[in-house]
Unconditional design. Sequence first.
Length: 154
Amino acid sequence: MLLWTIIQMTREWFISWHTVLESLEEKTAFRIHDLERPATLERIMFDHSFNQSTKYFTVLHFLRRAIKLINEPAANFEEVRRRIEQETRARRILRPETENWTHMIENFYRTSQFIQDLSQQLSERVELHIEDIKSLQDGVSQTTFPTKLIGPRH
């Protein structure tokens, strides 16, 4: 029952992270129709107010922290798994394994693998988003910096 509860909570955790990431991707996405409106294009390319730069910096910082938060449950579960392995080795010395113990260990390993797989999926998605944000951030800084030196276009 405990492992089932952990799996359910992990699923909810996974879905919640996807919701957060979808929201961030929506807020930072560059859409092709942005090229059709000159004012929007200039605002995106020449970040005079530094709003875009601030947004990208903030999202990038959040995503870097998110990687740590996403990987933490898997790391904690891995530590518990190692401790259970040590306990299992110690139990073998004292008495043979029971069927219940073996069944519990197998279920725990499956749960641990499930958590690691979901963490890996989220981490990969965050890493891709980090690369996208870095690319957008680089583009903004490369177009904004020379304009700040030269002055605004009229």
